[in-house]
Design a protein around this ligand. Sequence first.
Ligand code: TGC
Length: 394
Amino acid sequence: MTGMALPTTRTDPADLSALGAAFSEEERLVQQKTRQFVRHRVLPSIEEWFERGSFPRHLVPELGQLGLLGMHLEGYGCAGQSAVSYGLACLELEAGDSALRSFVSVQSSLAMFSIWKYGSEEQKQRYLPAMAAGDMVGCFALTEPEVGSDPASMATRAKRDGGDWVLDGHKRWVTNGSIADVAVIWAKTDEGVRGFLVPRGTPGFTTADIRGKLSLRASVSSEAVLDSCRLPEDAVLPGALGLRSPLSSLNEARYGIIWGALGAARCCYETALSFALERVQFGRQVAAFQLTQAKLVDMAVEIEKGLLLAYHIGRLKEAGRLTADQVSVGKLNSTREALKIARAARTVLGANGVTLAFPVMRHAANLESVLTYEGTSEIHQLAIGRALTGVSAF
Ligand code: TGC
């Protein structure tokens, strides 16, 4: 039997399996406009923001104008885009820097999604259109100084006092915390875990930036303290009860990370590829060495595998068939492989790789956080392990 002749056109190094052809016209447009935004508004200044440790707050309204805030939600000024569009936007934002994608994830998937899913009609009208436009910033506070992977042990309490609620507690690792106009705070009540909307300026609610970060330097990470913080009855999210609610919001954000981390990986791979083609050692391009080619091939293959998985997970999400365990598979794979790719890319660049003149070490440093936040790699391994064995090893 004779084999069918396969076309021998040169493979696109950025799209090995021609996955791009699977995206709809609208999805491609979202990807292109986000890529242009990153090219023109982020890349020229990102090293400076990273070095200074400052978040580009001025870009928030532009993200709103582009329709990238709450873009996968329907109504209330949100764009109602497909899950794959949202994923592609995350991919392109994180190819710029994980800080940008983190901002969009927290605004969209954690703060806006929680209000959209669990809020009253009045809360939705009050917050969502302004947050979609980038006129208001939101944050989401679940983690505490002593409570990370085990949110069931949270110490933050909300007690009823007449018609009010009074909150006491300490939250940490709150992205956007110090710049947020409204915080979604998760606290234990006599009925179980509930979510509260705390506007900036509420007496008894304060935030402070966490300093000394060597990762996500262009992102705001904060502490939040609730000290007898009194809130009216209508501050509670009426539809949220139990830990299932914040964990469902986290699924949304973890979904964005599945795509986003691969954007950071793609940037590292493309940087290594172009460096290897230009750099000459021992009288030939670094790309002409077999060891370098092996590294580049492994990077490209892992990115492609990760994107195929992300795409499949995105379509499952659109069909309403995505499970939390499948999100864990994607989050674990993308973050773990992206970090490996960033480290391998750094070795291709040699000493040049450790400076801010190239984006690789910046991405590698960021990816250390991305591997850990919104469910550590260990937590996702254990969630998948439980799904495989039926035995909880937490
Ligand atoms: P358990 O206490 O038994 O269950 C609690 C309830 O939650 C449900 N559940 C989920 N629901 C939706 N999606 C998920 N992924 C869920 N995982 C658990 C569960 O079914 C149960 O529901 P119900 O109705 O029966 O009460 O806990 P578990 O054994 O199910 O889960 C344990 C574990 C470790 C998987 C979970 O606690 C977990 O995911 N821990 C990691 C928490 C985490 O990711 N923390 C990091 C948050 S990131 C952060 O704070 C910063 S993010 C925001 C920012 O960047 O600003």
